[in-house]
Write a protein that binds this ligand. Sequence first.
Ligand code: UD1
Length: 331
Amino acid sequence: MILITGGAGYIGSHTAVELMMAGHEVIIMDNFSNSKPQTLELIRTLAGKNFPFYEADMLDTTALEEIFTRHKIEAVIHFAGFKAVGESVAQPVLYYHNNVAGTINLLQTMSKHGVTQMVFSSSATVYGNPQTVPITEDFPVAAVNPYGSSKLMIEQILNDLYNSDPQWRICILRYFNPIGAHPSGLLGEDPNGIPNNLMPYIVKVASGQLPVLNVFGSDYPTADGTGVRDYIHVVDLSLGHLKALQKISVEPGIHTYNLGTGRGYSVLEVIDAFEAATGQKVPYQIAPRRPGDIAECYADPSKARVEMGWQAARNLTDMCMDAWRFARPAV
Ligand code: UD1
């Protein structure tokens, strides 16, 4: 069985569905800190199958112990973690405690139960402000906020763990910008409050829940002056986790892969693509740069293609249509 921590969350829920559709048995653990119990029902509907669920926190070692005692777990896909950059700056200790200490608890419990396969959710944020693009996995890493730091610390812990005991099989996945939703319209990203990220914000503006999108900066050294990112469909991203599991099941070691499309789009290109794909207007205005943002960030995803046989298949139009199908108020 595969344990999915944070399995009710945005990427975790999509991955749970894809895993079950591919015939895996899964267990989900989530504390609902940024997700909802109803998502579990939707996962069951889409996968057409049931699974054990634990409402539990990684900081609760007793709960972890119970899960690993009750089930024969072969591998863990570890999504659980806090991910809001601004909040991490305001509450660094909370972020380090949850993300780093939580992961240490998980690794200790895995060790104790002889479970040595892990796929870990890292982020392109570990590259900081890259010197050039596209970004390959051997680029220097740099933490620019406590959230990014927590991801880097965990990567370091996983590397040290593997060096101390080569029985471990670990895959670190560095996500670029996941957007979109399940094509059924049932699963998607539903952040509480006012969204920080571009696509959830666009969707709220398109549906009239927010008046206007602020485009953060139009004077970056990019083709149209707005920030460029590598947006990747959440279903493609989820499928990357299946490939990662396959990879570590046949090959011990520690592997690090970028999961991106290899193509960057500017904020204005995303707005255009969204309007064209959905027929909805997205009123926007140019605003000052957001502190901490970089001009351009996109992946060289060829290592994942060559070594895992994974590549993204869905384009920006699919991402926009699916995001909108999920968010559209019922008519
Ligand atoms: C953000 C995080 C990053 C994290 C990722 C996870 C920050 C500074 N970075 O990445 O660490 O790994 O989310 O999803 O929060 N934009 C606007 N208007 C908006 C929102 C965004 O113009 O209302 C622009 C941004 O300036 C950027 C692009 O859209 O150029 C994408 O922004 P966003 O979706 O927040 O992602 P990142 O900043 O790349």
